[in-house]
Design a protein around this ligand. Structure first.
Ligand code: ADE
Length: 425
């Protein structure tokens, strides 16, 4: 393919062909997003608008970026995690003329340099996964916010941060909470995280899961997805929690609940999925069994306290890709996967295309809604906004249709019955 000139910085443009094949593979499994592309490509609703995104550069993200571009948008992109960029996909996007600054293994300076390049020309819309782009705009370039119509946020952690900011009156433009759409959190967070986390653990270790004590910290949607899948593979799942209702739910779903102090002594594999810092600390690491595998699938690399691990260990070495073995001061060895960064993206390919299809259909619709509302003269408040609930049913309906599944419809009598409060025994 001819390289179309555009601003970019990627690892190696020579990987573009490989990246193109990956994106083609993903696209065949993303029929909902494809249907949106087909629906809007002709009317070009994003023509004249620049969308800047900061989200994992995966094959699925490549399909989203090209869908925006096919519907008229000028797009600039950076990755939202130093270890999640697929260099081949980044090359394919650069090759196709997308403005992109992303490569695997960025340091902090590269990371913010890349974000800054994507906003050298002020965007009309921002798209985040973890809110780093929005924070960058708010903290370093607040004057830009006046020109920004709105944004969207992909993940639980990001939505929490933005809601806190909005509560403080500090959010300078409206943001759609894509994470909070049912067709996002109830699928991506559960089945996406569940499968991709196990995928990352297996790629980085190839261990047998059956019969292992598998500790999941956090029983939110992501932790529950991981626990369900580990249980399905024959592991003995242990859950640690701070929230009584979540711990109760885990118990009633057949998981063992205990504190991390107890779990640290018996676990073979540990996964953190809490969104909170310091879930596994120095003393926990020290009490682990020989050969314990420890990883994180939360958005930020704060859940494993690696500074404390450094204090209680004497040396470390890479023993295979994404797998670092630490020798502890008590002589035992434990393994940290992906250096505590999200294991599903750093050691595997992130969530499967089939779930990202619905997450990214929500992203597309969030941005389309922002543009349509702006064009109809509507002013949105500077808060975190939910997508309309009807959209969930629409997206789920298309998904079912593309899976060849039909569902029932209520009869007229049933519709009346549903709203008739006088009907009783
Ligand atoms: N987050 C988790 N999995 C992902 C994927 N495949 N693409 C983009 N973002 C993701």
């Amino acid at each position: 393919m001819d390289h179309k000139e555009g601003a970019y910085k990627v690892h190696d443009l020579g990987l573009a062909e490989e990246g193109r094949l990956l994106m083609e593979w993903a696209e065949t499994r993303m029929p909902v997003l494809k249907s949106l592309r087909d629906k809007y490509a002709e009317s070009q609703p994003f023509k004249g608008y620049k969308i800047t995104g900061c989200l994992h550069v995966t094959k699925e993200t490549g399909v989203l970026v090209e869908t925006f571009a096919a519907c008229g948008a000028e797009v600039a992109w950076s990755g939202c995690n130093p270890l999640s960029t697929n260099d081949a996909v980044a090359a394919a996007l650069a090759e196709a003329g997308i403005e992109i600054y992303a490569w695997y293994g960025q340091n902090t300076e590269d990371f913010y340099w890349s974000i800054d390049r994507t906003i050298d020309k002020v965007p009309d819309l921002t798209l985040d996964d973890g809110a780093d782009l929005i924070f960058r705009v708010h903290s370093n370039f607040p004057e830009m916010a006046d020109a920004i119509i709105g944004g969207s946020e992909e993940t639980t952690t990001g939505v929490h941060r933005l809601r806190a900011m909005a509560d403080d009156g500090k959010l300078l433009y409206p943001v759609y909470a894509v994470n909070d759409a049912e067709t996002k959190w109830d699928f991506d967070n559960v089945y996406g995280t569940g499968q991709s986390t196990l995928d990352g653990i297996l790629r980085a270790s190839s261990v047998l899961l059956a019969g292992k004590n598998f500790v999941v910290a956090g029983y939110g949607h992501c932790g529950r997805g991981v626990a369900m899948r580990a249980k399905g593979m024959g592991a003995n799942v242990i859950v640690t929690e701070v929230k009584p209702t979540a711990a109760l739910k885990a118990t009633l779903e057949g998981m063992r609940v205990m504190t991390m102090e107890e779990a640290a002594r018996v676990g073979d594999i540990f996964v953190t999925a809490t969104g909170m810092r310091d879930i596994i600390r120095g003393q926990h690491f020290l009490s682990m069994r020989e050969g314990a595998l420890v990883c994180n699938t939360g958005h930020y690399d704060v859940e494993l306290n690696l500074a404390e691990l450094a204090e209680v260990s004497v040396s470390n070495r890479m023993v295979r890709a994404d797998n670092r073995e630490y020798t502890m001061e008590n002589g035992k060895k434990i393994n940290i996967l992906a250096d505590g960064r999200l294991v599903n993206l750093a050691a595997a390919e992130g969530h499967p295309s089939e779930v990202m299809d619905m997450s990214f259909a929500n992203q597309f619709m969030a941005h389309l809604t922002l543009v349509q509302r702006k064009e109809s003269g509507e002013t949105l408040p500077n808060t975190v906004i939910d997508l309309p609930v009807e959209l969930d049913q629409e997206i789920a309906g298309i998904k079912l249709e593309t899976m060849g599944l039909s569902i029932d419809r209520l009869t007229e009598e049933q519709v009346i019955y549903a709203t008739d409060y006088s009907a009783g025994t």
